[in-house]
Design a protein around this ligand. Structure first.
Ligand SMILES: [Zn+2]
Length: 406
């Protein structure tokens, strides 16, 4: 008898996504999700009409916590950074799968977040990125509950902060560094739309570089080193960087500013620079070249004007996302591909810069998936989400969660 039980549990654990598709409870959960997709879409709209500007996700976070509690998650709480966390216990505490979506948007306070609807198309800031992820997260909990799906492992649901821009992945850094430190075995982020599976995390470094000098009259003080001209030298050097096409490595001077008047030698100039690579070594090499370019440009400018009114520069790191990868042969990636196949999705692996960068850097199995449907215009006020067959995205998240929580 004991032998039989052990055998059964071994067999149960080895269930593939295709086999799980035939389990009556899993099937019921997927059917429920399809039937109730209109509810998920309503939820998506409601959540999206609660503003969640960068660093100000509290209001939307509180509502998600309320929904987590209403759906019966255990120990729902908001951590120090503002992440909303709730647990759906399995037969065992481990493995603990974290399924997450991000609360924050790129839109500043005061942005009109009203969602409008035209046939199957919803329009509103953040409606796809990442209100869709939040809707799928909640629909997954609901479907698992309604169908009474029991998982061998535990699923922890997280609505996190700080995914976008200068948020600098602070939600993930808090979650993995403190809130659930060493208690996360697998991680899946639902971010945006479509069917994508992201297993390569593009790393990035963002700098704000400030060039300063005494400044003076353009005619009267002529002969003085010029911060804007020094910065021009730096930009020309950056522009000439030779970067590998593979691993893809990129640079961008995205914003510049400074100076007070056309007839004044400026006392200050600044630029914002974004450096990226899928490979940590290539990113490090690019960073070294960038630092050298800034130092050399200052040196050249000062030499050119015989150190008269010398210029100096300081580069402040405004954001850091580690690069990383979950190998294509790893169990989590293979399971995600098997889930896609089981649901007749023809899917290949992609790269991206998402919440998964943090666990990838820590060597914790992590992927990011799309939430189904079709998105357009992400990060713009004209962002749209086409709900056509979006239930397929919800079903994929459910089957993936059940396949990984074991
Ligand atoms: Zn996103």
């Amino acid at each position: 008898m004991k032998f039989f039980l052990i055998l059964c549990s071994a067999v149960c654990l080895a269930q593939t996504p295709a086999e799980l598709l035939n389990s009556p409870t899993v099937k019921a959960a997927l059917d429920f999700a399809r039937r109730h997709e209109p509810d998920a879409i309503e939820q998506q709209i409601r959540l999206c009409e609660i503003p969640a500007p960068p660093f100000k996700e509290e209001q939307r976070g509180r509502e998600v916590k309320r929904l987590f509690e209403e759906l019966g998650l255990q120990n729902a709480f908001i951590d120090k950074a503002g992440n909303v966390v709730g647990t759906r216990p399995g037969k065992s505490r481990t493995p603990n799968l974290v399924l997450s979506a991000h609360l924050d948007t790129v839109f500043p306070e005061g942005t009109d977040v009203k969602v409008t609807r035209n046939g199957s198309v919803l329009k509103g800031p953040g409606i796809a990125d990442d209100c869709r992820g939040l809707a799928v997260l909640l629909a997954t909990i609901r479907a698992l509950n309604e169908a009474k799906v029991e998982t061998p492992g535990t699923i922890t649901f997280v609505a996190d902060v700080g995914e976008e821009g200068l948020g600098d992945l602070r939600g993930m850094k808090q979650l993995f560094g403190e809130t659930l430190k060493r208690r996360i075995d697998k991680f899946v982020s639902i971010d945006g739309t479509g069917s994508a599976i992201v297993n390569t995390g593009v790393g990035s470094l963002r700098y704000r570089v400030t060039f300063k000098g005494p400044g003076g009259h353009s005619y009267g003080a002529f002969g003085m080193a010029n911060p804007i001209q020094a910065m021009g030298r730096a930009i020309a050097k950056i522009d000439a960087f030779d970067v590998p096409a593979s691993p893809k490595t990129t640079f961008n001077v995205g914003r510049v500013g400074g100076g007070t008047s056309v007839n004044a030698i400026p006392f200050e100039a600044w630029m914002e620079v974004d450096l990226r690579s899928v490979d940590p070594v290539a990113l490090k090499a690019l960073d070294t070249k960038f630092q050298a370019a800034v130092a050399e440009s200052v040196e050249e400018e000062n030499r050119r004007w015989n150190n008269h009114g010398a210029v100096r520069a300081s580069a402040e790191l405004a954001g850091i996302r580690p690069a990383g990868q979950t190998p294509s042969g790893s169990a989590i990636v293979q399971t995600a591909l098997a889930v896609a196949r089981a649901l007749q999705w023809n899917e290949s692996l992609r790269e991206g810069s998402t919440d998964s960068n943090v666990p990838m850097d820590l060597g914790i199995p992590a992927i990011t998936i799309g939430g189904g449907g079709t998105g357009a215009g992400a990060h713009s006020l004209d962002e749209t989400f086409d709900t056509t067959e979006s239930w397929r995205g919800t079903q994929r998240a459910i089957l993936l969660a059940v396949s990984l929580a074991r």
